[in-house]
Design a binder for this molecule. Structure first.
Ligand code: ZN
Length: 471
């Protein structure tokens, strides 16, 4: 049997009919039932072409006369432009018209379609390209879209990257100006604010990404996650050496989560000055704590190394225990830190260093002992540098207060590592990494669709009405 598929257009001038396709079908054999993928692709591509061409024709005919004197514009010629849609890359003839002489103009000619094609890629395609390349590599995103797009549209890796950067730049342009401080008003004003909600917790962390310009170096990426007492947490990220408004970025995110200036905010970080500086000047009630997640991760590494120590070492021809006492000291250092007793923790670190020094210097030239000694010294410096930000974690924990911004995985891993994959030897420019981070956090926060809807009010509206069968 035969199926004729027609496109019937109902416009102001009446109906036009366009033959889209004619399918011939057997009715025997399972593979003959229904339309095939290849047919569906061809049909959709043809349908898209027809719809777009007719829409453009109407758009142009609505503008063919000068709005001031109603005289028809004279035509100068046309050039093709490519409009990339999910259903094919369409080559569209874009006309050039002479300006009307009834008014003064800066240019002699103009392109009427320039008002319509503010972008040469359809919003929905821009959206999908941006969304997928925020989640997986540009190459993989291009391949994925090429596979699932209804037409055999070729998707280039470089154009996916360019499109993501264009979307990111547009979003970046909407972020307000940077300021030195974001604390407004005085304590009297803050007290008059409505009773604040429960404290807001913000975890800030730093990671490293391989530098494209100098393959031996890395640059720092700062990521964070804000965790309200209720509702979903949101993450953000930036490349400090590129970003010129990091505080504004963090401030807007916190404001978006309903931060009030009389609300207590607890910042959790891994220490480090660059990371901590960002949190200053944002909120008068801010408190800064060393994230227990990072403390305990470091202690776990020390513990693991210590398990590889020899059981004993010899000094002055005498045998001394090494592994068991070391493990015990590490355990008690953890206990002191958990209770916020930095003084005792530092004392124990110092004596552990002396013991390991003797063990490493003595007859035993064990490599693990030297390695552990170096690691303990590093941890000692870390605790000493961050002692002002160590709290009584045990007490907070008992009171039900947060002691960390994440235990399942670090924010760096969630936001950076999984996309900027170290293993794949990928290299980044600071600009490229920063822009990708902006889109990646929007996708992870489930905000990208909303961004597109603000730019294109009719983006992804319910199409059920449109698809309703014409009565
Ligand atoms: Zn005119």
């Amino acid at each position: 049997m035969k199926f004729k598929i027609q496109l019937i257009t109902q416009g102001e001038t009446g109906e036009t009919i366009h033959e889209l396709a004619c399918l011939e079908r057997d009715t025997e054999g399972l593979e003959a039932i229904g339309i095939s993928l290849a047919e569906a692709k061809t049909l959709l591509a043809d349908l898209q072409k027809q719809v777009v061409e007719q829409q453009i024709a109407v758009f142009l005919s609505n503008r063919q006369q000068c709005p001031h004197c109603a005289q028809a514009f004279r035509h100068k010629g046309q050039h093709p432009v490519v409009f990339r849609t999910l259903f094919g890359n369409l080559k569209i003839p874009s006309p050039r018209w002479f300006q009307c002489n009834c008014q003064p103009h800066k240019t002699r000619t103009f392109s009427p379609l320039a008002d319509l094609f503010t972008d040469h890629c359809s919003p929905e395609r821009l959206y999908l390209e941006t969304k997928w390349s925020a989640l997986v590599s540009f190459e993989l995103a291009a391949k994925l879209l090429e596979d699932i797009l209804p037409t055999g549209t070729h998707v280039r890796t470089t154009s996916v990257r360019n499109h993501l950067q264009r979307v990111a730049k547009r979003a970046e342009a909407e972020l307000g100006e940077e300021r030195f401080a974001y604390i407004e008003g005085c304590p009297r004003d803050w007290a008059a604010l409505p009773r604040p909600p429960a404290p807001l917790s913000v975890g800030i962390d730093g990671g490293y990404v391989r530098n494209w310009n100098d393959k031996k170096t890395h640059f720092e990426v700062i990521v964070g996650k804000s965790i309200p007492e209720e509702g979903a947490s949101k993450c953000f990220g930036l490349v400090q050496s590129y970003d010129d408004k990091p505080k504004r970025r963090l401030f807007e995110m916190l404001k978006g989560q309903g931060m009030q200036l009389n609300q207590q905010i607890v910042f959790f970080s891994d220490g480090g000055d660059t990371v901590r500086n960002l949190q200053l000047y944002l909120n008068p009630e801010a408190e800064h704590l060393l994230d227990w997640f990072h403390v305990t991760m470091r202690l776990t590494v020390l513990n693991k190394t210590a398990k590889g120590l020899p059981m004993t070492f010899e000094d002055d021809d005498k045998k001394h225990e090494l592994r068991e006492p070391t493990l015990k000291v590490i355990e008690s250092i953890k206990w002191y830190l958990w209770h916020g007793n930095v003084y005792e923790a530092l004392q124990h670190l110092e004596s552990l260093e002396m013991d390991l020094d003797v063990a490493a210097d003595g007859g035993n030239k064990n490599l693990v002992t030297r390695k552990l000694l170096r690691a303990v010294e590093e941890f000692h410096t870390y605790i000493a540098n961050n002692q002002a930000f160590i709290t009584n974690y045990g007490e907070r924990y008992r009171q039900g207060d947060r002691i960390s911004s994440g235990f399942v995985e670090s924010t760096v891993n969630y936001v950076v590592a999984k996309r900027f994959a170290k293993r794949q030897q990928m290299q980044w420019s600071t600009k490229g990494a920063h822009l990708l981070l902006q889109m990646r956090t929007r996708v992870l926060n489930d905000e990208l669709e909303q961004t597109f809807r603000e730019w294109y009010p009719c983006f992804r509206v319910e199409h059920n009405e449109v698809l309703k069968k014409a009565a």
